[in-house]
Design a protein around this ligand. Structure first.
Ligand SMILES: O=C(O)CCC(=O)C(=O)O
Ligand SMILES: [Fe+2]
Length: 315
């Protein structure tokens, strides 16, 4: 077996994922630093492992991002995308519209992406969860579902402290049932840690049984299964270990499911590629945090795709 649930393992984690989160929330409230809405949202996130902020992103901001996505082909070679057609991990975009491949780390080149994934409602909430500034570091813009199987992001999204991790799933359109909507198990973030055969939370590559083991554990614990039929502008947050997947597609494979997934860690943590000193570029974002990318050369980094200077892209 490639891995197993280990009830005896405890690891550092976000305060909202700790068993004493309620005490910590009361202590935070006592500082006067948060209001009742913050407290309710933090309590929901701690208890369930996820939080839905309905219509948190204004339609104009969503429309601006969608418009930019429709026009990416006007800037061939500037955007890293998946390459499902050739079964490769990524490629650069071409000069024709491509409604199927997913696009990586659009926050590097698109102000419209930054304004969506670092929206004040997101950075405010994650700032409270992290008690630190917010580093956005792995983003996928899905045009259609990628058909992900059951997983916890800790298996595939690798940070130096694996559990200091959250994500958002932002609907850029009303999501249709059967289009590969996000599915998740409520409260699954509190299952025992799943440890791979390499003694870590990160996948060892042998993941044939992993989705089924996760699903079985959620069902044995009688966790509620949810499907997210999000509306345009909704922001769905989940914590490091929430078990989720793309619900199987029943509509035609080219059914649009336009959504933006961004992973975040506290700015005091490091995504895995920061192990290489010349890949530690961070692009600051006002006073709330910043962006890191394994695809693009951010300040002082060479050998990767060149980010487009703002003046160059928008003229
Ligand atoms: O959008 C989906 O269906 C799943 C995406 C996901 O799990 C991820 O990007 O971490
Ligand atoms: Fe995921």
């Amino acid at each position: 077996m490639a891995g197993a649930f280990k009830p005896d393992v405890t690891l550092p984690g976000l305060w909202t994922d700790k068993p004493d989160w309620l005490q910590r929330l009361r202590a935070l409230a006592a500082t006067g630093h948060i209001d009742q809405t913050d407290a309710d949202q933090l309590a929901h996130f701690a208890e369930h492992g996820w939080l839905l902020m309905e219509r948190a992103i204004e339609p104009e901001l969503v429309d601006a991002l969608v418009n930019d996505i429709r026009n990416l082909h006007q800037h061939p070679g500037y955007f890293a995308t998946t390459d499902f057609r050739h079964n490769r991990s990524h490629k650069l975009n071409g000069n024709q519209p491509d409604p199927l491949e997913s696009i990586f780390d659009l926050y590097v080149n698109l102000q419209s992406s930054r304004r969506v994934c670092m929206h004040p409602s997101i950075t405010h909430f994650l700032g409270l969860v992290f008690q630190a500034k917010v580093l956005a570091f792995q983003q996928l813009l899905f045009q259609v579902t990628n058909g992900h199987q059951w997983h916890q992001d800790t298996a595939y999204v690798v940070v130096d402290t694996p559990t200091l991790l959250t994500a958002t799933w932002i609907a850029l359109q009303d999501i249709e049932e059967g289009s590969g909507e996000l599915a998740y198990y409520d409260r699954s973030h509190r299952l025992p840690h799943y440890i791979f055969s390499n003694d870590s939370k990160h996948s060892d590559g042998d993941t044939a049984d992993y989705p089924h083991e996760l699903e079985a554990a959620c069902q044995t614990s009688q966790l509620a299964h949810h499907r997210l039929l999000a509306k345009k502008g909704d922001v769905f947050f989940w914590t490091a270990d929430l078990v989720h997947r793309s619900h199987p597609l029943v509509l035609p494979p080219d059914t649009p499911r336009l959504s933006c997934v961004t992973h975040y860690c506290p700015a005091t943590s490091m995504p895995h590629w920061f192990r290489e000193p010349d890949k530690r570029g961070i692009e600051p974002y006002w006073d709330v945090g910043g962006f890191a990318s394994s695809f693009y050369a951010l300040p002082n980094v060479s050998q990767m795709v060149r980010p487009v200077a703002r003046w160059e892209f928008y003229n």
